[in-house]
Design a protein around this ligand. Structure first.
Ligand code: NDP
Ligand code: 8X3
Length: 269
């Protein structure tokens, strides 16, 4: 099968200041794709933009953007319109989990942040990007889901709920866009070693321990799959890819060397 070249296209990647988003930016840049990279930590984005534009001779536009804030999303897309930058590929990657507290013990503000970022933020950015995609009748939206969107574990509650929502939204959007040429894909990873667990637990040691005793996925593994989705011929739509580390048998079972029990992998208190 002949691959579809995305060289010369423009991809907007949310949450490009770290982990999977950053790896997607690096890989897409290496393929000659112009970038709009967004996140809250603008210093990181500016350093990345400098590096990628110099290395790959592509245009990289860094934008400070908190996806929770619909006014910021609207302003970012106004700016892009003014600059005549049209988005061909949107990678909805920005997201986070906060804690593995059981629902009955949880902090309400953590729920707000997860729902506002992982669900509402994704919706705001998607709707804004769709305007010009629909006008041009082309484009590709690639959402970062999770295996936590396919099952549940104790303490996963609201994070898991948001990723179930990403799965439902990806499917719904594919249906809503029938009759257009726009593609919608979801990439759903298992355990990937990024800053994700550090953010989740606000505890570097605990985060480090979570990835010990097995080979977790790395951000580049996921970027590779995002690129795979984007480079299929236009009549092919990868609806969903689920990927686990080889040592992870299910959402709740990671085989760690020397560990007697495999269960409750998220609650290593
Ligand atoms: P990281 O913590 O390394 O990266 C998360 C990114 O999201 C950062 O760039 C962060 O940027 C950005 N982000 C968080 N909140 C916001 C916000 N309000 N507005 C804009 N950007 C935001 O984690 P990962 O790379 O692992 O996570 C990326 C995606 O992959 C997430 O959606 C996550 O749920 C998903 N995922 C991760 C897995 C894993 O095991 N790591 C497994 C399955 C899915 P900044 O803080 O600068 O705003
Ligand atoms: C992250 C994967 O299993 O830690 O989405 O929730 S998990």
């Amino acid at each position: 099968m002949k691959k579809y070249s995305i060289s010369g296209q423009t991809a907007l990647i949310t949450g490009a200041s770290s982990g999977i988003g950053r790896a997607c930016a690096e890989l897409f840049a290496s393929q000659g794709v112009h970038l709009v990279i967004t996140a809250r930590r603008i210093d990181r984005l500016e350093a990345l933009a400098e590096k990628l534009s110099t290395t790959y001779k592509i245009k990289v536009t860094p934008i400070q953007l908190d996806v929770q804030k619909k006014e910021e999303v609207a302003a970012a897309f106004e700016f892009l319109k003014k600059e005549k930058i049209a988005i061909d590929i949107l990678v909805n990657n920005a997201g986070l989990a906060l804690s593995t507290d059981k629902l009955q013990d949880a902090k309400l503000e953590n729920w707000d942040v997860m729902i506002d970022t992982n669900v509402k933020g994704l919706l705001y950015v998607t709707k804004a990007a769709l305007d010009s995609m629909i006008e041009r009748n082309s484009g590709h939206i690639i959402n970062l889901g999770s295996i936590a969107g396919q099952g549940c574990y104790a303490g996963g509650n609201v994070y898991s709920m948001t990723k179930h929502a990403v799965k439902a939204l990806s499917t719904s959007l594919r249906l809503d866009l029938q009759g257009t040429k726009i593609r919608v894909s979801e990439v759903a990873p298992g355990a990937v070693e990024t800053e994700f667990s550090e953010v989740r637990w606000d505890d570097k040691e605990k985060a480090k321990k979570f990835y010990q005793g097995f080979a977790p996925l790395v951000a580049e593994d996921i970027a590779d799959l995002v690129l795979y989705c984007a480079t299929r011929p236009l009549h092919v739509n990868i609806s969903e890819i689920t990927v686990y580390p080889q040592a992870q048998g299910s959402l709740t079972d990671i085989y760690r060397e020397g560990q007697s029990t495999l269960k409750n992998v998220h609650n290593q208190k």
